[in-house]
Ligand binder design. Structure first.
Ligand code: TIU
Length: 223
């Protein structure tokens, strides 16, 4: 039987099996969290996401100390934009969009400064970084294969934004058989009400998509 640690969560406690769990940090990129990137180009106040940085850094440190697999994702596209659906580029009709030049380089383009993960949460050697062209981390990536190869069946999920890439990834993970614990204070949205409702959507109906907990409860369990 697996050795599990109980983590306080909603709608009920999450039984964490560290050996078969991964910390998944979604899209904590300069393009979403710093001025001048994609988030700002969409008209958003990036300050709203930055509250998630400190709690995520604490969870990252504790997960590394516990020997848990850590995986990072980045949303972005090839420099020639060949993996960017024209529909995704057109959507929103903003003056500046994916692939255009911004203050941190071309927006959401691989290899550009804005595409990189913020320094506070920089990956270290041995931590897979998944580059994803979509909102979900499983679509068109090797995430599923990496998790299968490590016999991972639980995901602790952090990142941005709660209702877009976090929610999409949690839904994808559910259909692939993963148990997901989303950390409320390690996620964030440009729309505070979306954040609240996106988390409610996960735990409603007995945990239809999984669990929501707080970083303090995970840290307590891992201590
Ligand atoms: N990572 C992610 O959520 N991508 C987005 O485009 N999110 C928005 O909220 N726009």
């Amino acid at each position: 039987p697996a050795m599990t640690i109980e983590v306080a969560a909603a709608p009920y406690a999450f039984d964490l099996d560290v050996a078969h769990a991964a910390l998944l940090i979604i899209d904590m990129q300069r393009d979403f969290l710093e001025p001048g990137g994609f988030g700002a180009a969409l008209g958003n106040d990036v300050a709203l996401l930055r509250a998630a940085i400190a709690p995520t850094a604490a969870v990252l440190a504790a997960s590394r100390a516990a020997g848990m697999l850590v995986i990072h994702t980045r949303e972005g596209h090839r420099p020639d934009l060949s993996d960017l659906p024209p529909a995704k580029r057109r959507r929103g009709r903003f003056p500046v969009t994916i692939g255009d030049e911004g203050p941190m380089g071309r927006i959401l383009v691989q290899g550009e400064p804005g595409h990189d993960i913020i320094p506070d949460l920089a990956p270290v050697a041995g931590e897979p970084v998944i580059d994803k062209p979509g909102k979900g981390a499983f679509w068109a990536t090797s995430l599923g294969a990496i998790l299968a190869n490590r016999a991972i069946n639980q995901l602790i999920v952090c990142g941005v934004t709660t209702e877009v890439c976090v929610n999409t990834t949690v839904r994808e993970a559910n259909d692939r058989g993963f148990d997901c614990l989303v950390l409320s204070d390690c996620t964030g949205s440009y729309f505070p009400d979306f954040h609240t409702q996106a988390l409610r959507m996960i735990t409603a109906q007995g945990g239809i998509f999984g669990w929501v907990g707080a970083s303090a409860d995970l840290l307590r369990a891992l201590a």
